[in-house]
Design a protein. Structure first.
Length: 396
């Protein structure tokens, strides 16, 4: 079981609840959402709850975004300075200073992994990809000079469009696998800003291939940040851990996460995470399913299902945002716990789940259930094709 929480704004007691539920095994703190003194206090508190993995995403990459949504970073994190551009990364001395400052900040804290600084890259052959690789190389050198450091994970924040080219990906992977490091922390920046499980199948197949090369073939620890439901395909392909947040905007990574915009956030509609459908659906859709007597077919089989089943109907239940969040983690963790260390077995098991979910959607729609665009079954064909293509190119 290797689900981590992706920390965000308004943590309250969410992390504690998740640990108490045994639905996650660690947390990846987001620097921009926590002042260092409160971060240290939170770490100390969580250490009393048991053996959980605690990491800090330094979010150094936000420094190249304009205008940045960087909250606490400018005033509280010494390695961060907003408004950096490509010219600020010229010279080995400057790169080493960035790496040293970022890693040293983490080294002095009670964390289980050290994450390197990085920048957002949109291609494996552009200028920013070279900067990301140079920062990673500098981080390896800095880490080697520390006294009794925690394991180093090299961070990469990559636009999903970069995975259009497998030949460029192969060259990028050649560099990554040449380093003597513990592992990698990968975040894929999605094109779709709305919360959805859809993913271009060719890009997803290449992401699975990269995960397999790093995690299974080369035995690196691979942490897939902001991966949510689609992270299950990455776990099947060899990822060590996947991560998801509490709010829908924190479950996946897109540029809206980092760029400040004058927009009014809409309150998301209540959802239910269905393991059999491999999706989060609206409570109103769950109500429709209950009305035709098919509720049990879509229930996830996790403890918090009782909040739905003990009520006369989903609409009349006490379901709320916090219950939905905790249930989401329980559902992902439950599916993740069925995966093993054998990639071939995982792929067969996950393909079986995907195809069952496809048939269940067809059956429900034939019985009059109307799903919305973001809760429909489009993602399942994409996952199916991506898994098949991954099997073809990787031959695990």
């Amino acid at each position: 079981m290797t689900l981590y929480l992706q920390h965000g704004h308004g943590k309250s007691d969410r992390i504690r609840d998740s640990f108490n539920d045994k639905s996650s095994q660690g947390v990846i703190f987001a620097a921009r959402n926590e002042q260092p003194d409160k971060l240290d206090a939170c770490i100390a508190e969580l250490r009393t709850l048991g053996s959980y993995t605690l990491m800090l995403d330094p979010q150094f990459h936000i420094c190249t975004v304009a205008p940045p949504k960087d909250r606490y970073l400018p005033d509280h994190y010494p390695y961060y300075e907003a408004g950096r551009n490509a010219s600020d990364f010229i010279g080995a001395k400057k790169l080493r200073e960035y790496a040293a400052s970022t890693i040293q900040f983490q080294h002095t804290r009670d964390l289980d992994r050290l994450l390197s600084p990085t920048v957002i890259l949109s291609s494996f052959s552009d200028r920013w990809s070279q900067i990301a690789l140079q920062l990673a190389d500098s981080s390896v050198d800095v880490h080697a000079g520390l006294t009794s450091p925690k394991p180093l994970l090299l961070s990469f924040v990559i636009s999903e469009s970069a995975f259009d080219s497998r030949s460029e990906l192969e060259m990028f992977l050649d560099t990554l696998t040449s380093w003597d490091v513990h592992g990698f922390y990968l975040c894929i920046v999605r094109d779709e800003a709305s919360y959805s499980q859809s993913f271009d199948q060719d890009r997803l197949a290449n992401i699975l291939y990269a995960t397999y090369v790093l995690g299974d073939r080369n035995q690196f620890e691979v942490n897939c940040g902001y991966s949510d439901f689609v992270g299950l395909t990455m776990r099947a392909a060899g990822a060590t851990t996947i991560a998801t947040g509490w709010s829908q905007s924190q479950r996946q990574c897109h540029m809206n996460t980092f760029v400040k915009k004058d927009t009014i956030a809409r309150r998301p509609r209540l959802r239910y995470s269905s393991g059999p459908l491999l999706n989060t659906i609206m409570i109103s859709e769950l109500e429709q399913i209950a009305n035709i007597g098919r509720l049990n077919d879509v229930l996830s089989g996790v403890p918090l299902d009782s909040e739905i089943t003990s009520a006369s109907s989903p609409d009349s239940s006490a379901w709320n945002d916090r219950l939905s969040e905790r249930h989401h983690w329980q559902t992902l963790n439950d599916i993740d716990s069925t995966l093993v260390s054998n990639v071939r077995k995982n792929l067969l098991a996950l393909l079986t789940r995907v195809r069952y979910a496809k048939s269940l959607y067809v059956d429900l729609k034939a019985n009059g259930i109307q799903f919305q665009r973001l809760t429909n079954d489009e993602h399942l064909d994409q996952w199916d094709e991506a898994l098949e293509e991954f099997q073809r190119i990787a031959s695990p």
